[in-house]
Design a protein around this ligand. Sequence first.
Ligand SMILES: Nc1ncnc2c1ncn2[C@@H]1O[C@H](COP(=O)(O)OP(=O)(O)OP(=O)(O)O)[C@@H](O)[C@H]1O
Ligand SMILES: [Mg+2]
Length: 451
Amino acid sequence: MVKDGFFTGLDIGTSSVKVLVAEYIDAQMNIIGVGNTKSEGIKNGVIVDIEKTVESIKKAVRQAEEKAGVQVTNVNVGLPANLLSVEECQGLMAVGMDNQEITDDNVNDVVKSALVRSVPPEREIVTVIPEEFIVDGFANISDPRGMIGVRLEMRGLMFTGPKTVIHNIKSTVKKAGLNIDQLVITPLALANSILTDGEKDFGTILLDMGGGQTTVAIMFDHKIKYTSVIKEGGEFVTKDISVVLNTSVKNAEGLKINYGEAYPAHASETEEFPVDVIGQNAPVRVNEKYLSEIIEARLTQIFDRVQNELEKIEALNLPGGIILTGGAATLPGVVDLATERFGINVKLFVPNQMGLRNPVFTNVISIVEHVALQSEIDSIAYAAVSGNYALKVAQTSQAPVSAYTEPVYQEDDYEDYHSETIERDTTREAIKDKGANIVERAKGFFNNIFD
Ligand SMILES: Nc1ncnc2c1ncn2[C@@H]1O[C@H](COP(=O)(O)OP(=O)(O)OP(=O)(O)O)[C@@H](O)[C@H]1O
Ligand SMILES: [Mg+2]
């Protein structure tokens, strides 16, 4: 069940800070306000200057507040995939006497019991996503509350991240005058938000191509199985253009946005544009093909690095192929170039909310969705891990919901909220045609990934 109310997402990206205020009414997401301001103090997805980042966040929040006409006090913040790790965990507890119904408190306790394990001192547990509960030996229970049992077990996935990264995010957001409702694992939220049910089940590779980094995430069997970060993104493309054409970074960004094409075969050799070259009075004329080759070189390097990662874990055969999103995937020709490099199906995800139909917003939308669609069990588990369970009990006024349900989207003045994908191939048909072979192989591999 979707919770009604206001939800605010904060995506602290290397290139820009995005803030989204949305209101859910009757399970429908309504965009209330958006902020998107240039980032300062962030490098390769990680905060390197707290003061500068605080200012960037404040600006983005102010922008969203002005549009929304509401004051933003609390935010849900995306945690980047840098050094994120995911592992299986288990909890176990005695509920108490016979015939006692399992309560929220018991769920909190069993999640807490799973936290008692050795985590290296430089790492911190961010959240636990319960996969199943086992009540007196009866397995596959998604919500044990209200059931009777004496022994409660939980199996789930535990996400840990580097303490420094987490601390810096928390302290920066606090200094910007905001309370953090939840730290949201970005690749998890992203995968849940943009993949179809089949893609989540059979396995799909997600590439979030940002400004300072490219995040690889694999979802299979509805679980995040793998994340990795390549420390290169769209800003590197801009820098290359600036260096090769001997023009300022600002000019280079403009050239990329206005004339950029990632697939040189589609670029014109005759179409030219003027470039202000440093040290020369008159602009120099450069053709689109040349610009395209500069862009292609960097993107090819990024894709090759991603491919190396995927080859290491033998994940290139996943039926869902690759889905691209993030600002750097916006350039025309990126899908063609990626398809050529990877040799598998590639498509681009573009969000479909009015005013947000740009892949730079995919992350922040998914952060909001993650929290709004979160099941009561996941929310108890998050509170148990973050130590806010007592607070949650005091604050919560919502009726408990029993199980995770699929997103329900509005069909109102914002049009359909279905994901709009620009497909190069008829992916789903192609997936089917690849046959069960690949699916089975992939399943075999991923079933063992935690061994
Ligand atoms: N229309 C466009 N055409 C080409 N590139 C674009 C376009 N819009 C944005 N970009 C590029 O996308 C990048 C920013 O993307 P995004 O906002 O997803 O990154 P970020 O979240 O700030 O950074 P990161 O995820 O790396 O921390 C920049 O390099 C920018 O040049
Ligand atoms: Mg990003």
